[in-house]
Design a binder for this molecule. Structure first.
Ligand SMILES: NC(=O)C1=CN([C@@H]2O[C@H](COP(=O)(O)OP(=O)(O)OC[C@H]3O[C@@H](n4cnc5c(N)ncnc54)[C@H](OP(=O)(O)O)[C@@H]3O)[C@@H](O)[C@H]2O)C=CC1
Ligand SMILES: CC(=O)[C@@H](O)[C@H](O)COP(=O)(O)O
Ligand SMILES: [Mn+2]
Length: 383
């Protein structure tokens, strides 16, 4: 069935790969958004003829309006623009490929407007998984995972025949610092953190992979998507990123989804589900892979995973606090204002500071996010 897409974060890693696979599927683009990269957004708009283009940044939006003045494309800015793209009447599916908690409001608005969601933006579920999943259930819309691990689980789940999952096994590459001790992590640089061994991704998620917070965020994402407690989600380091994740049944049988590390397949499957169509991604050759390796995660050197387990156990506003603190700390690290090893430390300190809210409203989530970011800044500023 033809899809009518709004792509939020069209100029990023997931956004551009989404546009790359459009030629393999039956789809037309209704809306495209960026933060500031209006040069690329203009090129995309001229090729794809959307009805709406959004630059979150006001100044960028003004320049984009001038650049697209010879077209009949509407240009908007800010959160109003993101929400307009996510709820456009001509769109049926929203690809949420913005980075960070900024994706929450447009995703909720899209669900409320009855749109299916191809969800890359994991921060949305980490912050407000309860609210988003409940809204999706009420509206009867699909939340189709794009994140490679969650897509792998989703693909395995198609073979469940109604049997419940007993366990999820999330694979983690281990990132660029696999094998390093906590002591050695004190001297790593931004440049080293941004060299992921297997995946080419945006700077924020690449940093999360290096701290292994990415796997913690994915644990919370899996908990909401597949309705399992965190104890039923195991993390295993698999250096080659060929097995994208696994599920286990009551009888101990384990199913896995494999493929070369390339996001275009999970993106495409989210947009063609339940159908499968030929994909541009190179085929897997196990003989070429040769061997696959597995290790237990190192919780001492990479404490972020356990912080996420704590947030997953507590639920409430704990995910929003974990995520807000992490986004703030990663932002400081990426602007060379914080050493790498302090990212999880600041998240841990922030989790202790912000009061727990058991059954948070959307306002509580937004407040917790703001307070967590302020706590990080004040912890750093206080030194
Ligand atoms: N990249 C990957 O392979 C994977 C990514 N994900 C998830 O997908 C999401 C996107 O990741 P990725 O594509 O790597 O990120 P990128 O940084 O590459 O792209 C992010 C996109 O969001 C836009 N953006 C950034 N900040 C804002 C803002 N404040 N308001 C509106 N738009 C904004 C960017 O615009 P601009 O170009 O102007 O910066 C860009 O279009 C993340 O949640 C990530 O965790 C999940 C699995 C794999
Ligand atoms: C491609 C993708 O889904 C990323 O989330 C990836 O999994 C990151 O790699 P890590 O396993 O190193 O976190
Ligand atoms: Mn992932």
């Amino acid at each position: 069935m033809k899809k009518h897409l709004s792509i939020l974060g069209a100029t990023g890693s997931i956004g551009t790969q989404t546009i790359d696979i459009l030629s393999s599927i039956d789809a037309e683009v209704v809306a495209l958004t960026t933060n500031r990269n209006i040069k690329l957004l203009e090129q995309q708009a001229r090729a794809l003829h959307p009805k709406l283009c959004v630059a979150f940044d006001e100044t960028a939006a003004r320049d984009l309006k001038i650049a697209l003045a010879d077209t009949d494309i509407t240009v908007m800015s800010g959160m109003d623009g993101l929400v307009a793209a996510a709820t456009h009447p001509d769109c049926d599916t929203v690809v949420t490929a913005v980075v960070g908690m900024v994706g929450l409001l447009p995703t909720l608005a899209a669900v409320d407007a009855g749109k299916d969601i191809a969800l890359a933006n994991k921060e949305t579920l980490v912050c407000a998984g309860g609210l988003v999943m409940e809204a999706a259930r009420k509206k009867g819309v699909h939340i189709l995972p794009v994140d490679s691990e969650h897509s792998a689980i989703f693909q395995c789940v198609q073979a469940c025949q109604g049997n419940p999952l007993d366990k999820i096994i999330l694979t983690a590459s281990g990132g660029p610092f696999f094998g390093k001790t906590a002591e050695e992590l004190r001297t790593v640089t931004r440049e080293q953190a941004l060299k992921h061994p297997n995946w080419s991704m945006g700077a924020k998620i690449t940093t999360d992979s290096a701290t292994m917070m990415n796997k913690g965020l994915e644990l919370i994402e899996a908990m909401w998507l597949y309705d399992l407690p965190q104890e039923k989600i195991e993390i295993v380091v698999h250096r080659e990123s060929i097995i994208h994740s696994l599920i286990e049944f009551a009888d101990g049988a384990v199913l896995a989804q494999l493929g070369v590390p390339d996001m275009r397949l999970p993106i495409q499957y989210a947009l063609t589900y339940p159908a499968r169509v030929p994909c541009k991604v190179p085929r897997l050759s196990l003989a070429e892979v040769g061997k696959m390796t597995f290790y237990p995660p190192d919780d001492k050197a990479f404490p972020a995973m356990n912080l996420a387990r704590q947030a997953a156990s507590r639920k409430g506003n704990a995910g929003a606090v974990l995520n807000g603190a992490n986004e703030a700390a990663v932002g400081l690290f990426l602007s060379d204002k914080l050493p790498f090893w302090r990212i999880p430390e600041l998240v841990a300190q922030t989790m202790e500071r912000i009061p727990f809210v058991n059954d948070p409203t959307l306002d509580d989530i937004l407040t917790s996010d703001r307070e967590a970011r302020e706590a990080v800044l004040s912890l750093v500023g206080a030194e």
